[in-house]
Design a protein around this ligand. Structure first.
Ligand code: SF4
Length: 380
């Protein structure tokens, strides 16, 4: 049985103060008055999974969104308390919360810290206020500086900054300035994502109407390569396609996803994978609350994960990590030799210089990191 003892917990808080132009996450504006019912429902959901989680130790909790920091901190504290009452939370559990600049007062941060939250993720996206405005963000870079300062004085040293490259109108110089700025603030973890224009977003509609032209692939890749080199030089080692950290500050919760460890997602639209079954929750806030008011699990979809799918998933998620996938670990988990199983795929990918096999380990090459989707498709 794969990783039977440890699991991660994801808690979704779907409220935001405004909708960013690129965002297709399950987040809502103007619904904060549902917060009271929503958090009551979360407590009920926590109780409904008590039996399933009895045999697990929770090593990581990630409170994501949406913007969890827009709601009164009391809601967050009560949810963590409820998790501690109902589940086995390890003593040194990594507990992360996502936030936006401008929503982190000193009192809130102290309350988080006292409740055992030990990692804080803050969305910057870009240094230049003109780009923040274009993205539809509701803060300036000064708000971010202030939030980092407040977080540090509240005792947080495990801080992540989220940034985006490949924004229409963003120059390579702008991108370098964003990276410089984060490094100068002494941030220990950076997530850097290439902007994806999703259909159901304001940017998606703008692209359809021709008022938004995505950046050229060449510039996008130049920005990515610059970030990889620059951050590595500054002690933030790339450990996953889009994630960089100082030693010891890698996000343990995200590693759970990439290593296919079990996790339970609570809240509207949250996804879970427990005991080889994948399931997800009702997406709307109202639908989610309705199910829990009836005392039912708020399930939307539920599918068994076949053994072969699990192995493929382990490969394409594991290859996201710069450490690659080890044949020994694969064998320990699945009792199969991955070099025999994926012999043809490996040969094809090696021929295209997308992967490199060194001893017992398979890793993406630099080209493979750029064309990761091509690699992953081979395993699907
Ligand atoms: S803050 Fe995050 S979740 Fe909320 S709208 Fe913006 S990108 Fe989406």
């Amino acid at each position: 049985m794969l990783n039977k003892d440890r699991a991660g917990l994801y808690i979704h808080v779907p409220f935001c103060s405004s909708k960013c132009n690129y965002c297709d996450f399950n987040s809502y504006t103007g619904k904060i008055d549902h917060a009271d019912n929503y958090f009551k429902s979360l407590k009920k959901e926590i109780e409904l999974y008590k039996a399933e989680l009895r045999h697990y130790i929770i090593n990581t909790i990630f409170i994501g969104g949406g913007t969890p920091s827009v709601v009164n901190e009391q809601y967050i504290l009560e949810i963590l308390e409820k998790c501690r009452t109902e589940y086995n939370i390890s003593e040194n559990c990594e507990i992360s919360i996502e936030s936006n600049p401008g929503t982190l007062s000193n009192e809130k941060l102290k309350a988080y810290k006292n409740a055992g939250i030990n990692r804080i993720s803050i969305g910057l996206q870009a240094y230049q206020d003109k780009l923040l405005k274009y993205l539809g963000r509701c803060h300036s870079h000064k708000d971010f500086t202030e939030s980092v300062k407040n977080a540090k004085s509240a005792g947080f040293e495990n801080i992540n900054g989220d940034i985006i490259f490949g924004i229409p109108g963003q120059s390579l110089g702008d991108w370098k300035e964003t990276l410089d700025y984060l490094v100068s603030l002494g941030i220990n973890h950076i997530s850097a994502y290439s902007l994806k224009i999703e259909e159901e977003t304001k940017f998606g509609r703008m692209e359809e109407q021709g008022s938004l032209v995505p950046v050229e692939d060449e510039l996008d890749r130049e920005m990515y390569h610059y970030a990889v080199d620059y951050l590595n030089e500054n002690g933030l080692k790339q450990y996953e396609i889009s994630n960089f950290a100082k030693e010891g500050y890698e996000c343990k919760h995200n590693l759970i996803y990439w290593k296919c460890v079990d996790y339970l997602g609570l809240g509207a639209g949250a996804h879970s994978c427990l005991k080889n079954t994948r399931f997800s929750n009702q997406i709307s806030i109202e639908g989610y609350i309705d199910y829990l008011n009836r005392g039912e699990k708020p399930l939307y979809e539920k599918n068994p994960l076949e053994f072969t799918d699990k192995m493929s998933e382990y490969m394409f998620l594991g290859l996201r990590l710069t450490a690659g996938v080890s044949g020994k670990e694969f064998y320990e988990l699945f009792n199969r030799n991955m070099f025999t199983m994926y012999k043809d795929i490996f040969a094809r990918l090696e021929n295209k210089s997308l992967i490199k096999i060194t001893g017992d380990t398979v890793k993406l090459t630099r080209l493979g990191l750029d064309l990761a989707n091509q690699v992953f498709l081979e395993f699907v």
